[in-house]
Design a protein around this ligand. Structure first.
Ligand code: GLU
Length: 288
């Protein structure tokens, strides 16, 4: 069993880590406000990390809008991209070397394997019973490719998957949602850490960055609880300490659906244009 979180014993460091793939909505406002409040309450540092790795979906105009909207809400951070300035220390698209170092470490440790299953192969196996929110479990067709893995000098060209320890429980005490446990191989399967199109996957980048930026507490939406279980396994494989986790409750629309960046009507931009004040928006956040 793997357990988290570890306590760093150093002063509080939190992060705001949005992806610039659309406009932030009221749900993001609540989560980021909570991250900001917790950093302030702990007398800590809050960093801003622009998670702009996906070249197809990330847009600089969304990154600018995110920062402006958060500043308008009253959220401030101490480290991160300087709006309008040329130097942006925390932009994932500039941190490839650090992700490559993590990829090499995982390859050398035998934790990952190259997978050339096509989308069609995966779709055919999708009838498996474990279909969940984040897709079907990977059936593990390529997981024995250990020798082939060691022959790759660079990750490009295939998907790289993390070989999860089947049957092992990943458990952690979430500071908001309470005790959590997920079983590797049942709740989630071998997940992609580097994409065929040579883009590091979210799970790898976030783990490498949270460690490099000495984050002590991760505040984010409860939709990422299962990802935390994956990330704890990755952190252990990389020999990195785990932060504490605080997963905020998710806001839902009138139909009970989780808010997404496509909910344009509830974007901070739109609400702001309609004349709402920051406090009116924050009043709509449930107790987080
Ligand atoms: N960038 C991710 C998102 O916008 C969140 C990453 C995280 O907080 O770990 O959904």
């Amino acid at each position: 069993m793997i357990a988290g979180p570890n306590v760093h014993g150093t002063s509080y460091r939190g992060r705001l880590a949005p992806s610039p793939t659309g406009l932030l909505h009221i749900g993001h406002a609540c989560t980021f406000w909570t991250a900001y409040r917790r950093a302030v309450e702990h007398g800590g540092t809050l960093i801003f990390r622009n998670e702009d790795l996906d070249p197809q979906r990330s847009k600089p105009e969304f990154a600018r809008a995110m920062m402006e909207d958060l500043e308008w809400l009253g959220i401030r951070w101490q480290e991160g991209p300087d709006v309008g300035g040329p130097f942006a220390p925390y932009e994932q698209s500039r941190r490839r070397e650090s992700y490559l170092a993590a990829w090499r470490k995982l390859r050398d440790g035998g934790f990952i394997y190259p997978c050339n299953c096509s989308r069609k192969d995966l779709a055919l196996s999708a009838a498996a019973p474990n279909e969940s929110d984040d897709g079907p479990l990977y059936p593990g067709r390529c997981r024995e490719k250990a020798v082939e893995a060691s022959q790759h000098e660079a990750p490009a060209g295939v998907n790289w998957r993390f070989r999860v320890p089947n049957g092992e429980m990943a458990a952690f005490d979430d500071l908001r949602q309470g005790p959590q446990h997920f079983i590797a191989g049942k709740d989630f399967g071998d997940f992609v850490i580097w994409r065929r199109d040579d883009v590091p996957a979210y799970q790898l980048a976030v783990v490498a960055d949270d460690a490099a930026m000495a984050i002590t507490e991760v505040v984010r939406g409860a939709d990422l609880l299962k990802s935390t279980a994956r990330q704890l396994l990755l952190l252990r494989a990389l020999g990195l300490p785990a932060p504490a986790y605080y997963h905020c409750d998710l806001l839902r629309d009138e139909a009970g659906l989780r808010l997404a960046k496509r909910h344009d009507a509830l974007s901070l931009r739109r609400l702001r244009q309609q004349g709402h004040a920051p406090q009116q928006i924050l009043n709509r956040c449930t107790q987080q």
